[in-house]
Design a protein around this ligand. Structure first.
Ligand code: ADP
Length: 495
């Protein structure tokens, strides 16, 4: 299909999904919301920070490469490393002192909703999904302020043993401290000079200092857990994320096994009495391989229906599942990387017993789905095009305030490069007799053991912001899937 034809399909897909989005009763979204404090680091800022902690100390720590932030020198050293390499990084800090020190020594430019669950909750609420039940175990007053002020956004609370849904603004815990992550953005060309070192930032990027206070648990009160079935009639699916915060060991003697069990129990409870409930897990990069493997093998495997991830995350997942070579091929820049991505997606689908795996990359998406999934390949493709339109809108505006605003993404052109990249995959699949060139051209392939859907995507040349676009893609496509399943269910009952 040429790009003009794809553009037409995009418009049709966006309007058909927009029309049925309110078929969805609701979506449950948990666990990770936080406040992002954003600071653009200028030459003056970085030099000020270096001079406060001392250039020699920074130089020493740069060589040691701290993996967590224990004191201000660690922080400045990791900032210097990120700026020197122009690479995105996320480093945890387990002490509240880091935030305090930053507040004393810097002023952030702006703050906004952060965390996958927080971003997704606000997005679905803005798109007009009937009920968005958001759950964050650490709902502080500050956190509550970053949820959009809309009646379809609800937070579960237990009052006199009864489940009630209130807006987060009316449901926060007055004693809860906020989880505030710092995001340091820096620009290409910024010059840094200290202790005889001198460099220029090679590209725009960001360093995230992720706060991990001791009270941070992927958890739910017993009372709320007991009441989950009362939510079931109100929701068609759940989007779960934040499992990366599970630690191997806790100060109170509990371990990741305890929290994995709790996470699985919540999913089981969500499905109780609703066998059609769909569970999407949004993956992210997880440094700790034990936790990464456990999340995939013990939480996602058999319990989740759908998985969303980017290409680096595919490689990381394959790596801990014992497919090191394939993982390596995925991240290699060679021409086989896209076929490795497809093979990797099939491995994840089969080995984790999923119904769909949605991989997003810059310029194209690849989705593989099980044959018994209740949607056609064309419907899957509509879901992907809907989500790519939303992604483009988010890159354009930094946020999506309404379904209508989401539609502005249609004006962004489809990436020619992404369209061309897909040719490599086409050649590979045709050579292996997985499909014909014509089938591939439409983006809809019915292979022997799975369905494959590929689309070229819309890419904004100068995005306002890029944080959270991956979450928007996965949540947008999953919502579209839920809406189509609902519509089908209603039609089946009517016939
Ligand atoms: P995040 O966690 O910040 O959302 P991810 O790596 O999960 O980051 O997702 C980023 C995705 O956003 C990319 O895979 C790509 O599909 C999409 N994306 C990034 N930049 C743009 C852009 N300028 N225009 C459209 N889509 C973009």
């Amino acid at each position: 299909m040429d790009i003009d034809e794809w553009e037409k399909r995009y418009s049709m897909a966006f309007s058909s999904i927009s029309e049925i989005l309110d078929n969805i009763n609701g979506v449950f979204v948990a666990y990770n919301s936080n406040v992002d404090a954003i600071k653009h680091v200028s030459e003056k800022d970085i030099h000020k920070l270096i001079s406060i902690v001392g250039a020699k100390a920074v130089q020493q720590k740069v060589t040691e490469y701290p993996r967590e932030i224990q004191d201000p020198v660690d922080l400045v050293a990791r900032l210097v490393i990120a700026m020197r390499d122009g690479k995105a990084a996320e480093v945890p800090t387990y002490t509240a002192d880091t935030h305090k020190w930053l507040m004393d020594n810097m002023v952030f430019d702006k703050a906004r909703m952060g965390g996958q669950a927080g971003i997704i909750s606000n997005l679905l609420s803005n798109l007009g999904v009937n009920n968005v039940i958001t759950y964050v175990p650490w709902l502080s007053k500050e956190q509550a302020e970053y949820f959009v002020d809309a009646p379809n956004l609800k937070y579960p609370v237990i009052e006199n043993g009864v489940l009630r849904l209130k807006h987060p603004h009316d449901a926060y815990d007055v004693n809860q401290l906020p989880k505030i992550n710092w995001i340091f953005e820096f620009s290409k060309g910024t010059k840094v000079e200290y202790d005889g070192e001198i460099f220029e930032v090679p590209r725009d990027n960001r360093l995230i200092i992720s706060s991990r206070p001791p009270w941070l648990r992927i958890d739910m009160s017993e009372q709320l857990y007991d009441q989950i079935p009362h939510m079931n009639g109100m929701i068609d699916g759940a989007i779960l994320s934040g499992y990366q915060m599970i630690k191997e060991k806790y100060e109170d003697g509990t371990t990741y096994h305890d929290y994995v069990k709790k996470a699985v129990d919540v999913i089981k409870r969500l499905k109780e009495g609703s066998p059609d409930m769909r569970i999407h897990v949004e993956f992210t990069s997880i440094q700790n391989k034990v936790i990464r493997r456990t999340i995939l093998k013990d939480i996602v495997h058999k319990h989740a229906s759908s998985l969303g991830l980017d290409t680096v995350e595919v490689a990381n997942a394959l790596n801990v599942l014992g497919h090191e070579e394939l993982a390596y091929a995925v991240i290699s820049k060679g021409e086989n990387s896209i076929s490795a991505l497809y093979e990797g997606a099939v491995k994840l689908l089969c080995e984790l017993k999923l119904e769909r795996v949605h991989i997003h990359s810059l310029g194209f998406y690849i989705c593989v789905a099980s044959k018994d999934f209740p949607l056609t390949v064309e419907e899957h493709r509509d879901a992907l095009m809907f989500s790519s339109t939303l992604a483009a809108a988010q890159a354009l505006h930094g946020d999506i305030g309404s379904l209508e605003e989401g539609g502005t993404g249609l004006g962004v052109p489809i990436s020619e490069r992404g369209h061309d990249d897909l040719e490599q995959l086409e050649k590979y699949l045709v050579r292996r007799d997985v499909c014909t060139g014509t089938e591939f051209e439409d983006g809809c392939v019915c292979a022997l053991n799975h369905d494959l859907i590929v689309i070229p995507t819309k890419v904004v040349q100068d995005p306002v912001a890029t944080v959270g676009i991956g979450d928007t893609i996965s949540a947008g496509a999953f919502a579209a899937i839920l809406a189509m399943i609902r519509k089908k269910g209603a039609e089946d009952r009517g016939s």
